[in-house]
Design a protein around this ligand. Structure first.
Ligand code: ADP
Ligand code: MG
Length: 462
């Protein structure tokens, strides 16, 4: 059906929708799902929206059509059909009619009975979590779980290196859940605590209480679950707890420093349970995200950071956000106590970070790829389309794009004169592949480490 254009521009209508929705939805919900969505077209009967990715597109469709639809009725006086697509052009094949009969939205909970204190750390909330390419999926999944536990992603398994925000996200789920629904039983424990509780229960002959306690959870979150390795009895007990909760639609969230299939001495049946929901990884933040984190934390402390200081911190603390944060806190403390201006020349000797990573060279990248994939550099530069060779070549182009400042045509030259469109295609392909393929992702992390050479930084005193 062809529809005539209506007088309002799509962006104008959407802007109005956003303004009103901002008051109806909680902040994380608004910021994560609704705000990044753009209006693409508007006819008399339909508004076409574009979500940043398929995940957000699905989530919007499932949970936020109603509030969006209601606000549209408020503005226009009549409903519109909504169609949500993604920036990549993936479109869902259905469209929905909004007549107020869809899933309930997440209105703000203004319950005066809400307890003011929760067992969770108030520092770790969604709005204090900086989202970047490194953690977008994990953040979205955690928020999804916080909004509707026990549905889509059960269990949610968060994995990734130390200091990259796993505990922050779990705590944020807890804080959010209790804010929305103060009566929910949300448990967060370390694997160590779970194990100790179990040992105590066995010793005191109170297994019944132990089981009752853990199985009463609406949301059970266990942190650093990799420590369960080799603990046969804890694994056994946890298996039953897990099943009981899962079968009754209760949410389980786990975090570990690696994916389930890489935890040694983990019972096969637990490994498969852990993998049946969603495994979302957090990676080291890129430069922009590190800068954004510093900005946010400095803002929280009411401190203005000169750009050079921010850059200094962001280039020297790259792989662990806790360390980045620690360095910032020491910087703030040092300058306020010493009275020195906040400048790199003063803080660098005080911080004395051990090493600095320098940009990789094309030669180092070609060499590392050739070794790892066991193909010669000549073949990488050749036109061979053998699968293993073209994969190695694509990974190489991707790494060169990430770790050098060479232009696309220059990268093409490094690979024997390939076209810049080929380079671009390869980079996109590997970027997408690493999202799904944990093994490839690990390989890329290792390679990145190997090709960025370390050297002592210029202010180092030693
Ligand atoms: P993990 O559990 O993965 O080891 P944490 O969740 O304890 O890491 O995070 C370490 C520190 O870094 C915490 O203070 C946390 O608030 C902070 N942090 C981690 N990721 C982010 C982020 N994306 N935005 C803001 N702060 C973060
Ligand atoms: Mg942790």
């Amino acid at each position: 059906m062809l529809c005539s254009q209506i007088s309002m521009a799509p962006e104008q209508l959407w802007h109005e929708v956003l303004t009103r929705l901002e008051y109806r939805l909680t902040r994380p919900t608004f910021e994560t799902w609704v705000k990044p969505t753009q209006a693409k077209a508007l006819t008399e009967h339909m508004l076409v929206l574009e979500a940043p990715n398929l995940f957000a597109c699905n989530w919007l469709q499932k949970h936020y059509l109603q509030p969006i639809g209601e606000v549209i009725i408020e503005i226009l006086g009549h409903p519109l059909e909504l169609q949500i697509t993604t920036a990549q052009g993936e479109m869902r094949d259905q469209s929905w009619h909004l007549e107020g009969s869809l899933l309930a939205g997440n209105e703000r909970n203004d319950d005066p009975q809400r307890p003011t204190e929760t067992p969770f750390n108030r520092k770790y909330i969604f709005s204090r979590f900086v989202v970047g390419a490194n953690n977008r999926m994990a953040h979205a999944a955690a928020l999804a779980v916080a909004e509707s536990p026990g549905r889509e992603f059960n269990p949610l398994f968060l994995c990734g290196g130390v200091g990259l925000g796993k505990t922050h996200l779990m705590q944020a789920i807890g804080n959010y859940r209790l804010e929305i629904e103060p009566q929910t039983q949300v448990f967060y424990v370390s694997t160590e605590k779970f194990t100790n509780d179990l040992i105590t229960a066995i010793r005191q002959d109170s297994m019944e209480e132990f089981r009752e306690h853990y199985r009463a959870a609406d949301v059970l979150m266990i942190d650093d679950i990799q420590f369960i390795e080799g603990k046969e009895y804890t694994q056994e007990e946890f298996f039953y707890t897990f099943n009981t909760l899962h079968e009754s639609g209760k949410q389980v969230v786990l975090a570990a420093d690696r994916p389930p299939n890489q935890i040694p001495r983990l019972q096969e049946r637990l490994c498969s349970r852990f993998s049946m929901g969603l495994i979302a990884d957090v990676q080291a933040p890129d430069f922009e995200t590190r800068m954004a984190i510093l900005e946010k934390k400095a803002d929280d402390e009411n401190v203005r950071l000169p750009r050079a200081v921010k850059e200094y911190l962001a280039t020297h603390y790259t792989s662990n956000i806790r360390e980045l944060e620690g360095a910032l806190i020491r910087t703030i403390a040092y300058t306020s106590i010493s009275g020195l201006p906040m400048a790199v020349e003063h803080i660098a000797p005080m911080l004395n970070p051990p090493v600095e990573k320098v940009a990789a060279t094309p030669e180092a990248i070609l060499g590392a790829i050739a070794t790892l994939f066991d193909v010669s550099i000549e073949l990488l530069k050749s036109n061979s389309r053998r699968r293993e060779i073209s994969l190695a070549r694509q990974v190489g182009m991707y790494l060169m794009r990430q770790h050098t400042n060479l232009s696309l045509p220059r990268i093409g030259e490094e690979f024997g004169g390939k076209d810049h469109t080929t380079v671009l295609y390869s980079c996109d392909k590997i970027a997408q592949l690493r999202q799904k393929d944990t093994k490839l992702n690990q390989t890329l992390i290792q390679l990145s480490d190997r090709i960025t050479v370390s050297r002592p930084h210029p202010y180092s005193s030693s």
